[in-house]
Design a binder for this molecule. Sequence first.
Ligand SMILES: [Ca+2]
Ligand SMILES: [Ca+2]
Ligand SMILES: [Ca+2]
Length: 438
Amino acid sequence: MSRVPALIVLTVALSCAVLAACAHMGEEGCGADRDCKLDRVCEAGHCVWPHGPAGAAGTGGPAAGAPAAPLPKYALEPAQAMFRLGAAHRGRSPYNLPVTRPEIAWVVTTGGPVVSSPAVADDGTVLFASHDGKLYAVARDGTTKWSYATGDIIFASPAVAHDGTVYIGSDDDHLYAVAPTGGKPRWIFQIGACPQRIGVGPEASRCDVDAGPTIGPDGVVYTGGDGIYAVNPDGTLRWRFATGGHVASAPAVLADGTVVAGSQDDLVYGIAPDGTKRWDFRTGGDVDAAPAVGDDGTIYVGSDDRKLYALNPDGTMRWAFTTGGDVRSAAAIGNGMIYVGSFDAQLYAVRLDGTLAWTFRSGDRIISSALVDAKGAILFGSQDDRLYCLEPDGHLRWSVELGGDVDSSPTLAADGTIFVGSDDRKLYALRAPSSPPP
Ligand SMILES: [Ca+2]
Ligand SMILES: [Ca+2]
Ligand SMILES: [Ca+2]
């Protein structure tokens, strides 16, 4: 693990942003595998099907990292403004979804698809990112407060720390800590030492920072790249755990501090707070879905082998539930149920014992992770370009058609406003007509 001095990294990144010389993100073709839908990979600027499944063997093992400095344990309430609404990734909102079909209150149009899932800060500011490489901060009325340009496209979702610092990962292989005012970087941390940070081919995407980031209860920032990373709030490396494949899965944190993340080496890893491996669990495909942790510590995680797994906190399997397609979306946990979308276009409601309660069929693949509201209603997007709201029993409450795939996971503000991104380059704010303006 090479720790490049922050000043050098900052200079390089800012040069990229200013000159736009590092950006390869045209609407046609691709700049990295992550630009490509499904399992296609980016070769010579075009999305193509690989010749066979990438079955890289796991080479997991603790890697040399900085010694872990002691941090105050649970000194603060866990942060909530991040992907899946917390480090347990339950996707459970304390607020209520609109009872009637919401209307579009405003949109922010960016320069690329918005796959990133928005986060709402304490002051109501909406943070999200776009394939145009920028992190955006938008006020409650829809006006853009600031944006911050990274050096490549962004799939990741922002996470907001207690002091307002916004963390975002970019396919330029860096994790950024951006100040809440003015969008200036507090620090920039390079993930891995991939020889090609930006551009085409597997080497350019292996160190992409497209997982999370996740803020642990102690403020440590967890993300992925060519392994699983723990970064201290001051921007220094806490530890790195090497994996046998790219980590695109946002790490989740168990109550005892165990960090759980999946990898394209087909394994789910449980990593102790000191960065050493506690266990791993082998699935039959890439694990690009973020794990979610139930109230009893059960870990729910999907795999490209079409299954949703329930693992005990020690990494042993409790059950596996088979869907009809790849499971890339994170499971939502609420109302005594597990909700997960699949590439077979269905959202599954699975009981805690692994039996099926019901399914809802959308018109295309589901990558978007569902949100469960305070009363058990469910919200998710589909590649049929719709955002769906379901009653707790699985019946449709309403749906809204947007302008492109909805791979972004929607989030919900206290006033009932929904925020979600779409491949039509827009971030949407949706609000029921009866709701008062913010
Ligand atoms: Ca990259
Ligand atoms: Ca694999
Ligand atoms: Ca579509």
